[in-house]
Design a protein around this ligand. Structure first.
Ligand code: GLN
Length: 562
């Protein structure tokens, strides 16, 4: 008896020692009712505020789907595929974390159901569970915890912030939510905070916020034994006292409740996390103090500039996943960062290029457009439509930015219409083209399988011409941008393309053209990489910044014409 007490005394001492010198706290963020209401933005903004409070935070996104990574998902269904510096293809929330934290993350920040089950089956085959039945709970929960602990060991955070994708009630994330109870037991309840983010619906016909779906959804969480420490209720309009009362009564005062309505700009969320006391509640529940006052300077500057710019530019994105507003998030963000630093407002307009594969462009839609951007993409559908918009931008001297597939198609357009190479194409679209100006990368020819096998991640691009736009934009001999492609601009055609006026200003380590431009054009810049993945509010991506600058000039000049 006495021995036991002594043991537990030492255990307690050890725990205080560990938490003082090797602090490790957990925050779990779980969504409710519907997804897509800003759980990722909230988690990212919270991570940033905690960072500015002086803590080392590591965000992790868990996605329950059984794809091993997001690379094989369709952006139309699931939103953009984000690419990390180390080449992992992951959920777009990782982009939100990087942008809010102004930090590069790596593969430790992304866990999927596919990774968990691949590991679990591997363990089973190895014989780790001999004689036992392998079950989703607890075994998948344990593997999930192993992934978290691997990240902790590698990245040594003080606070691990885990966002669980989807909502409570999804079968795909139940074992991850159940893992929270195990973590509470293992690391101590004082070191774990759960934040639940439900949504209040606002039916148009009723014109009031309804709490019932939330009430029903939280029951699912309670059923799993999770009584969230904090509830951040999201809703489209500010909630009145009556709604707040209803919610408070329903949760019996066991959780701190905050209500966060839609804000005019997502970069205001960190300011609200501070001013509404959410950060104090999180720190209180984690039993830690603020180390330094969070300044949140950049977000304050966003706030102070809202409604203050007196110019607005309109940029057209001609792509084929335009039906999902999340498909081009990083591009929109990079344009926003660039517009913010150019002191102009931005309007992005989307055109579905599939509609123009067999049809001419209706030039009316291009009136008042100050710039055209053709983003990355895959496959035949929509490609001819994109080529028509590129041709229009080239001939009419409208600022143009071509990203990855957009750059490859700009080469196709130039080869066909300037170099007179009729039927030039990318072999991705037409394997039998007589002029394969874009062709599969040599190292891609013998690749098996399509998951995670592209040329991925940050790679150097060498800027080889000092009198180029590329040099003006980057002012460096070597730049590093993130890549995601299987095809390349075919160097066999470099001579004929350059003779006809194309400038190759950047190349890869294998001398493959990676940046191409056209002279005598206000801005025609194409890049094989995706600079948007590195754009931050604090540091806009250089080509995006320059593109927007030229769009502003274009707008001013075209106004003068009339
Ligand atoms: N489909 C092209 C390729 O594989 C472009 C990819 C992209 O735009 N990310 O090279």
């Amino acid at each position: 008896m006495y021995k036991n007490n002594l043991n537990s005394f030492y255990q307690k001492e050890l725990k205080t020692y560990i938490s003082r010198y090797f602090m490790l706290k957990f925050i779990f963020v779980i969504g409710g009712v519907i997804s897509g209401v800003g759980k990722g933005t909230f988690s990212a903004a919270l991570a940033r505020v905690l960072k500015e409070c002086g803590y080392k935070v590591l965000p992790i996104k868990f996605d329950g789907y059984l794809n091993v990574d997001a690379g094989t998902l369709n952006p139309y269904e699931h939103g953009e595929v984000f690419v990390l510096k180390d080449g992992l293809e992951c959920d777009m929330d990782l982009g939100t974390y990087e942008r809010f934290l102004n930090e590069d993350l790596d593969k430790y920040s992304s866990i999927t159901g596919g990774m968990i089950f691949r590991e679990l089956i591997k363990k089973e085959r190895r014989g780790d569970f001999l004689g036992r039945t392998v079950e989703i709970f607890p075994h998948a929960s344990y593997v999930f915890i192993e992934f978290l602990e691997r990240a902790i060991k590698e990245k040594k955070p003080e606070i691990l912030l885990v966002e669980i994708g989807g909502t409570v009630g999804d079968p795909e994330n139940e074992y991850a939510i159940k893992a929270i109870k195990i973590i509470e037991r293992k690391y101590g309840k004082d070191n774990v905070v759960t934040i639940y983010i439900p949504y209040l619906i606002y039916p148009k016909s009723l014109k009031e916020l309804k709490t019932k779906p939330f009430k029903q959804n939280i029951l699912l969480l309670w059923k799993l034994g999770i009584f969230p420490d904090i509830i951040v209720v999201r809703c489209p309009i500010p909630a009145n006292e009556r709604v707040r009362e209803k919610i408070l009564k329903y949760v019996y005062g066991q959780s701190d409740v905050f209500i966060l309505e839609d804000l005019p700009n997502k970069y205001l969320v960190p300011l609200e996390i501070k001013s509404r006391g959410i950060i104090n509640s999180v720190l209180n529940k984690l039993k830690i103090d603020i180390r330094q006052e969070p300044k949140l300077t950049i977000f304050k500057s966003v706030k102070s500039k809202i409604g203050k710019f007196n110019e607005k530019i309109k940029i057209l994105i001609a792509g084929k996943y335009t039906g999902n507003k999340d498909a081009y998030v990083s591009i929109e963000e990079a344009l926003y960062h660039a517009a913010f630093h150019n002191n102009v407002d931005l309007e992005v307009m989307y055109i579905e290029t599939t509609n123009y594969d067999d049809k001419n462009i209706n030039y009316k839609i291009l009136e008042n457009i100050d710039g055209i951007l053709v983003p990355g993409g895959f496959g035949k559908r929509g490609a001819e439509g994109k080529i028509k918009f590129i041709k229009y931008a080239r001939e009419n001297k409208i600022p143009f930015l071509g990203i990855c597939f957009g750059a490859q198609l700009a080469i196709v357009e130039f080869a066909r219409n300037v170099c007179n190479l009729k039927n030039a194409n990318s072999t991705e679209i037409d394997p039998n083209t007589p002029h394969p100006v874009v062709d599969i990368l040599p190292q891609q020819k013998n690749v098996n399988g399509l998951g995670g096998t592209m040329r991925l991640g940050e790679k150097p691009i060498y800027i080889i011409k000092k009198d180029s736009l590329a040099w003006k934009i980057y002012k460096k001999d070597v730049i590093y941008e993130r890549h995601r492609h299987r095809y390349e601009i075919n160097p066999d055609f470099s001579d004929i393309l350059t003779k006809n006026g194309l400038v190759i200003s950047g190349v890869s380590e294998n001398n493959i053209p990676e940046i191409i431009e056209i002279k005598d054009h206000p801005f025609f810049f194409c890049i094989q990489a995706h600079p948007e993945f590195k754009s931050r509010l604090e540091n806009p991506s250089p080509p995006y910044y320059y593109f927007v600058k030229r769009c502003v000039e274009y707008k001013r000049n075209s106004k003068n014409k009339y």
